[in-house]
Design a protein around this ligand. Structure first.
Ligand SMILES: *Cc1c(COP(=O)(O)O)cnc(C)c1O
Length: 423
């Protein structure tokens, strides 16, 4: 049997209808922004393998840090024990996160980082004997696939089988240009009519919705409204964190600091699954008590895994190098030029850029669903051309590893231009 045949016999892939899906491509090697399949065909990874890999595939610097940690202390339970790598990650993050963040909680992936934040928001008020059980979230949000994260997510086919089984979530419009006032008013109304514990949002860019962007001033105002009403604010930076928006965190653009921040994806440079939720002291203090019942009874077996911590430290180190910061600026400048070039194309609705994130919406005669026919046509075209891009309906976005060369980036642009002509 070939690897593809064995795959189809044994494996169940994410977000995949196996009856109609194409056979997955077997990737055998990666380096920098490139991937190679088992037949030696080369692909440019223009979406950093689902946004996790800023520093390139098979990065030697991170690999060395992981190897060193694996052969010193690979893992130790985090209940009753601690270790230097976890402390170093905490110190490093507290240095670069918004200044009000004071406590670091480890988990394993973006969904659990969100799950922790939502549970903390709900238990915060439980511990204070206040009845607040509603979570506020944006329309078309994506916060992950575990239950509270799904409840907060607004993309219906991800969650439709579970409607009616969720915690109480009320949705407000995203404050995209022209819709800010509607968003502010909706938030005020929800807070008036519900007992709200928390507001969770993807700051400035809604990734899975198709890189939907909105302004920092609008987000600052929403956070202010929450703070005036004692509603906890949760910035889900799982996608936006670690340089994607051009600053270390999307919240660095926003004048108001949130109560909690969720991190994962690029945290370990795409090597080891790990996530972190961070908190203000005020949030932590609601759990700090002589009464054991007020503790946060949440944990995962691999919490604070030292190898993951070593990978995170190496990754943050790479992010802070002048070379990497220059790469981010170069990619942003190229994106802006490309945006200018194609935004007036008759087949383009809009194009937008923030940091290394670029998205273009292509005109379509039919209403395009997330996994609709245009999406399939585009996806197949890109794969044939050796470029990994996963369009969201009629939206094509680029989120390259920061190490992508200018030549590779120009090839990605040229392929997108060709695709626009083709559809
Ligand atoms: C990907 C993502 C998640 C979920 O992370 P997983 O590691 O896939 O569980 C949560 N929030 C945002 C904003 C994301 O982009």
């Amino acid at each position: 049997m070939t690897l593809q045949e064995k795959d189809s016999q044994y494996l169940w892939h994410p977000y995949t209808q196996h009856k109609t899906a194409q056979t997955p491509i077997v990737i055998s090697r990666g380096e920098g922004a490139l991937l190679w399949d088992e037949n030696g065909k080369e692909y440019i990874d223009a979406i950093a393998s689902w946004w996790v890999n800023p520093f390139g595939h098979s990065n030697k610097f991170i690999a060395d840090a992981i190897y060193k940690q694996l052969t010193t202390l690979e893992h130790v339970l985090f209940g009753g024990f601690t270790h230097e790598p976890a402390i170093k990650v905490a110190e490093k993050l507290l240095e670069i996160l918004p200044k009000n963040q004071q406590k670091i909680f480890f988990s394993d992936n973006g969904s659990t980082a969100v799950e922790v934040a939502i549970k903390v928001a709900l238990q915060y008020f439980f511990n204070k004997n206040e009845k607040r059980t509603t979570i506020i979230a944006f329309e078309n949000a994506f916060h992950g696939d575990t239950f509270a994260a799904m409840a907060a997510s607004g993309i219906s086919f991800y969650t439709q089988a579970f409607q009616g089984m969720f915690i109480d979530v009320v949705r407000i419009p995203v404050p995209v240009k022209g819709q800010e006032q509607e968003s502010f008013e909706a938030l005020e109304n929800v807070i008036k009519s519900h007992n709200c514990a928390g507001f969770i949002f993807e700051p400035l860019v809604q990734g899975a919705a198709g890189m939907v962007m909105y302004e920092p001033e609008a987000l600052a105002k929403l956070i202010r409204i929450c703070k005036e009403n004692n509603v906890l604010t949760i910035a889900d930076e799982v996608m936006t964190g670690f340089g994607k928006t051009g600053k270390t965190f999307a919240m660095d653009y926003v004048s108001e600091e949130p109560h909690m921040i969720c991190l994962s994806k690029a945290l370990t440079g795409g090597t080891i699954p790990m996530a972190i939720t961070t908190f203000t002291s005020a949030v932590f203090e609601a759990f700090y008590d002589d009464d054991i019942n007020k503790a946060l009874f949440h944990g995962h077996t691999f919490t604070g895994n030292p190898t993951g911590c070593a990978a995170a430290l190496a990754s943050i180190g790479l992010l802070q190098t002048p070379e990497m910061q220059a790469n981010i600026k170069r990619i942003n400048a190229s994106h802006l030029l490309f945006q200018k070039k194609i935004e007036n194309h008759p087949k383009v609705i809009t194009a937008r850029t923030l940091g290394v994130i670029f998205a273009v919406e292509i005109k379509s005669d039919t209403t395009e669903s997330y996994y609709g026919s245009m999406r399939t046509k585009l996806y197949n075209f890109f794969i044939e051309k050796g470029v990994v891009l996963r369009p969201v309906g009629n939206i094509v976005y680029i989120l390259p590893p920061y190490v992508m060369t200018e030549e590779q980036l120009q090839k990605v642009y040229a392929t997108i231009e060709e695709a626009i002509e083709m559809v």
